[in-house]
Design a protein around this ligand. Structure first.
Ligand code: PEP
Ligand code: CO
Length: 467
């Protein structure tokens, strides 16, 4: 959504030529589907999808193509992707405060990463559409009563009663409206200069105090901000004019494309371009639980022109990965395939090398992204879902080292975080303990890094990858 900062030469993604054989936006309907709770009123579901199908798109094909070319750069080590945000967005949190804070933390983290890694950062929020969640258990039982689990605001409601837990087709439209409102606000903030690198003070440095950032982290952050400010000034002196092209930032949206009625309704042909684009977000991804090779999700994703994220877990074999790559990206298009690895602490050492090797031998250059969150979820003795910052950071460090040793390229990181001062993940500089989790545990799904833990993690990656 605007000229990317610190733009380097981009490799242009190959233009879409054709829609794959046998594919239509609805061809997924003939395939087996998982993680798709049944709607009681299928006519109402059709009606909601039809309505969604005529509403304006949320993003444009130009933005999607630009992201494709930036991802192609990331796969070659010329850019670095920061993909981050909530595990699950909720309609209630579609407020100016929450949205502004999410944008701020992504900007602040990207500033730290740019300074350390010395590559332009591609900022991709889990935002403006991250409303559908796969669940490990389809049903939830409380006090002897069993109801459908909460599948995210796009599908049903979080409260434990029959009415809320029933899948409601109107939620497809509500998700679209909340995504549109969120995106509208993000675009206005960015276009209005909020993200101007000349004015990092707009990103509200008081916020650092409010969020309780340790003095060390605060000082380090301010030092980075100043050094970037000075660098911009020097470049402007050399150029003899303000450098607008380096002063504004790009920002893209992403979410798990779980609800295929929703995703396919937003998938359209656009004038003067070949193929179909999913215009509900820039970078949709397929979750670890829905990437069956013969399943509905792979069928849907293979036909869209967007870059496609695929989450891969520790059990992924090279054969399976190659088959997935062939299904999604048969033409080996630059910037098309984003592999989001979520293996768990200690696992990258054994799991990653054979996968990198297989892709290399197949002459493929995916964007390798490390998601150190989803392989590291544990339960406390009282049944609370949490993650240890140490485990998250250790998976990141291992992944950085392994890519280096293989002379492969880590193209980005994927984090679940919030800018709020929550207590959902353990550890970090302030040493959050199990007994602290109840203080501010707000996530309806997975535990997120809080503000300080997220900044700390960005520092760690920036230092580890310091160029
Ligand atoms: C997620 O990203 O929130 C998620 C459910 O991830 P995964 O598919 O990797 O489990
Ligand atoms: Co999650």
């Amino acid at each position: 959504m605007k000229v990317p900062s610190l733009k380097t030469h981009s490799t242009l993604a190959a233009p879409g030529t054709a829609t794959p054989d046998g594919w239509t936006p609805k061809s997924w309907k003939s395939r087996p589907i998982v993680q798709a709770p049944a709607y009681a009123d299928t006519a109402a579901l059709e009606a909601a999808a039809d309505k969604l199908g005529v509403l304006p798109p949320l993003v444009t094909s130009w933005e999607i193509e630009r992201l494709r070319s930036e991802l192609a750069d990331a796969s070659l080590g010329r850019r670095f992707v920061l993909q981050a945000g909530d595990c699950a967005e909720t309609f209630n949190e579609c407020t100016p405060g929450y949205v502004t804070n999410k944008l701020k933390i992504l900007l602040q983290m990207s500033l730290l990463l740019t300074d350390g890694i010395k590559r332009p950062i591609v900022r991709v929020g889990r935002i403006a559409g991250q409303y559908a969640k796969p669940r490990s258990s389809p049903m939830e039982t409380i006090n002897g009563k069993t109801l459908l689990s909460y599948y995210g605001d796009l599908i049903n409601g979080p409260h434990f009663n029959e009415a809320e837990r029933a899948p409601d087709p109107q939620r497809l439209l509500l998700s679209y409206y909340h995504s549109a409102m969120t995106l509208n606000f993000v675009r206005s903030l960015i276009d209005g200069g909020f993200a101007d690198l000349h004015h990092p003070e707009y990103w509200d440095l008081n916020f650092l105090d409010k969020a309780g950032l340790t003095p060390d982290l605060r000082a380090a952050y301010l030092q980075r901000v100043n050094s970037i400010g000075n660098a911009i000034e020097v470049m402007e002196i050399i150029a003899g004019q303000p450098i607008d092209k380096v002063s504004s930032v790009d920002f893209y949206t992403s979410h798990e494309g779980l609800s295929l009625p929703y995703e396919s309704a937003l998938t359209r042909k656009v004038p003067r371009r070949a193929g179909y684009y999913n215009l509900g977000c820039h970078l949709p991804w397929i979750g670890e639980r829905t990437r069956q090779l013969d399943g509905a999700h792979i069928e849907f994703f293979r036909g869209i022109r967007n870059p496609v994220g695929v989450k891969i877990g520790p059990k992924t074999t090279p054969e399976e990965l190659l088959a997935t790559a062939n299904a999604i990206d048969p033409e080996r298009e630059p910037g098309r395939l984003v592999l989001i690895c979520r293996f768990g602490q200690g696992k990258p050492k054994t799991v990653l090398p054979p996968l990198v090797d297989a892709m290399r031998k197949a002459n493929r250059q995916p964007v390798w992204i490390c998601d150190p969150m989803h392989g590291n979820t544990v339960s406390t003795s009282t049944g609370k879902k949490t993650r240890h910052v140490d485990a998250i950071q250790s998976e990141l460090i291992d992944t950085i080292e392994i890519h280096e040793s293989l002379q492969s390229i880590l193209g980005g990181i994927h984090l679940e975080l919030t800018a709020e001062n929550v207590t959902e993940c353990l550890g970090g500089a302030s040493g959050l303990k199990e007994t602290d989790l109840d203080i501010a545990y707000q996530s309806l799904c997975d535990p997120r890094l809080n503000y300080e833990q997220a900044m700390e993690t960005a520092f760690l990656v920036a230092r580890k990858m310091e160029a």
